[in-house]
Design a protein around this ligand. Sequence first.
Ligand SMILES: N[C@@H](CCC(=O)N[C@@H](CS)C(=O)NCC(=O)O)C(=O)O
Length: 239
Amino acid sequence: MTYQLFYWPGLQGRGEFVRLVLEDVGAPYEDVARGPGGLDRMRAVMRGEGGAPLLPLAPPFLRADDLWVSQTAAITSFLGERLGLAPADEQGRLTARSLALTIADVVAEAHDTHHPVAVEKYYDEQREVAQARAASFRASRMAKYLGHLERTIERNPAGVLAGSDVSYADLSAFQVVDGLTHAFPRAMARLRPDLPRLHALRDRVAARPRLAAYLASERRLPFNLHGIFRHYPELDDPA
Ligand SMILES: N[C@@H](CCC(=O)N[C@@H](CS)C(=O)NCC(=O)O)C(=O)O
């Protein structure tokens, strides 16, 4: 069976959280909107055409044969639990889902640093407010979210976020650490001494053989100024 991932082409964005799970487990998948005619197919589903049983508000969304799911955290937990990349016990699964939603929250806040006023307007139209929003994100929110992940790992002798082995939640933590390091290199360097376990987990995830191959491949798009994690030097800590 081939999974179908629907996400905007040309950027990692929230689709990347889903790709990491599919790549790590080696599941065959079609990155629909990156193929010919795929963007039209994606838009058709969003208009309610084509027989999908749910109406996605925004990408990413996923099709698994007759099953459809939208919302990043719902997709990664669905895949992780189905494909052996989630804790086996119920509490572990609940913990991983809770963390996936927490990570979705910090992703939204990272996005809002460059789009604090209006999602549909250009960065240049909201530059000044973006600086104030990014300053607050760097001064308090980043440390709060990343410190929470650090403390969560510290409580677990397995050195992961949930359960006894790497799960989809850890893959999402990897993406957040790399994304924030791209967007805010100076702020992340400042916080790094307080986050040894999170960085060790990041390295452990990046070294997983299938993920390492994916990250080195052309399928892994570079971070750019269209995605969630954008590097605008003026939004980072002062030099
Ligand atoms: N909460 C949703 C957010 C989805 C979302 O905002 N997707 C973006 C791209 S990363 C989008 O296409 N937004 C268009 C819109 O909201 O109109 C999730 O985590 O999947």
